[in-house]
Ligand binder design. Structure first.
Ligand code: NAI
Length: 318
């Protein structure tokens, strides 16, 4: 296969001073992209500042690549976009990767722990993506990646703030994929698991060594390449493996015998094993399909109960 390249493309990677973001930035730059290395340079909890971004820029330049450092917080996303425009005149790719942790069990979580985590992950992605959006629309091209987490998809003890923000990013990506479709803007979500300062005390040590961000970077790079076919999907990747995750729902069941019956708490209880039975679960791709699916189910139910009452009336004549 021909090498997939990014010549002429400008990419912004937020939180690219270390960890996963750095791996994404190095790979994109090595394939011809001009890259904005955004990183506030704070600690794992978002406090303090350092010059991580310049180190990454130096590394890229030493290998013949093109990059510029940006030290704005993602909550001032418009300034990061300005850095790209001022230095490179355009923007094609945005990887929303910046992140912090403020883990605490829910009872002990302060409002500040909640707000800070939401500010960086969710509001940061909103601000940065919205500032790029008009540019993407006008040029009819854009590739956006949101970074979610299994803590969001499945929940994780002590991460209520982080889980909520990370699941919020999935919702954001779902809607932006719809709004961006006619402008050739593709918006997808990566769920990474990798060795970084965020996971050094979470992952078991033997796994930590193996989970190199470099194994995920090619997945994310493909997701922001012009040839990437999908939009609005969630890709989970670690250890050189990638899978797609999506929501499914059970086939469900009517909560009453006939359309003229009442739904009561008791009929709900009676129907519950069927409501939560995932044996014939299926995926719906679009919100329109969700409504159509329900209407069809309702029509089937009404038709079935009409046939049942005709049958009942017929037999009652004997
Ligand atoms: P990391 O801590 O090495 O990278 C995050 C970077 O974001 C840091 O360099 C930090 O300075 C920067 N940052 C923090 N606040 C910022 C702000 N307001 N503005 C700009 N930059 C800011 O951690 P890692 O693991 O590389 O995380 C990258 C992303 O992947 C995060 O969104 C994280 O939540 C997510 N993630 C990571 C997982 C893992 O296994 N490492 C698992 C699931 C999600």
């Amino acid at each position: 296969m021909d090498q997939l390249r990014f010549d002429g493309r400008v990419a912004i990677v937020t939180g690219a001073g270390g960890g996963l973001g750095k791996a994404y930035a190095l790979l994109l730059a090595s394939r011809g992209a001009k890259v904005v290395i955004n990183d506030l340079g704070g600690g794992r909890d978002g406090s303090g500042k350092s010059t991580f971004a310049d180190n990454v820029v130096q590394e890229i330049k030493s290998k013949g690549g093109i990059a510029v450092a940006d030290y704005h917080s993602v909550v001032e996303g418009e300034k990061i976009i300005k850095t790209a425009i001022d230095n490179f005149g355009r923007i094609d790719i945005l990887i929303n990767n910046a992140g912090i942790l403020r883990d605490k069990s829910f009872g002990k979580m302060t409002e500040q722990d909640w707000d800070l985590v939401h500010a960086v992950h969710l509001k940061g992605a909103f601000k940065t993506t919205q500032a790029a959006w008009e540019i993407f629309r006008k040029q009819k091209y854009g590739r956006v990646v949101m970074t979610s987490s299994n803590a969001g998809l499945f929940g994780n003890f002590g991460q209520a703030n982080y889980s909520a923000a990370k699941m919020g990013l999935v919702g954001l990506a779902n809607t932006l994929a719809i709004e961006g479709a006619k402008y050739n803007i593709k918006v997808n979500t990566i769920v990474p698991t990798a060795a970084s300062r965020l996971t050094e005390d979470i992952l078991p040590p033997e796994m930590f060594q193996a989970m190199k961000p470099d194994l995920i970077a090619p997945v994310v790079a493909y997701m922001v390449h012009e040839s990437f076919p999908d939009s609005g999907i969630i890709i989970d990747s670690t250890l050189g493996y990638a899978t797609k995750t999506h929501l499914v729902r059970s086939s469900g069941t009517p909560l009453r015998k006939k359309p003229t019956d009442l739904v009561t708490i008791e009929t709900v209880k009676e129907a519950w094993p069927q409501v939560v039975n995932m044996k014939n679960a299926y995926h719906l791709d679009k919100i329109a399909e969700v409504t159509v699916d329900l209407v069809e189910k309702l029509q089937d139910f009404e038709e079935q109960s009409r046939l049942d009452s005709e049958k009942e009336a017929y037999w009652s004549t004997y």
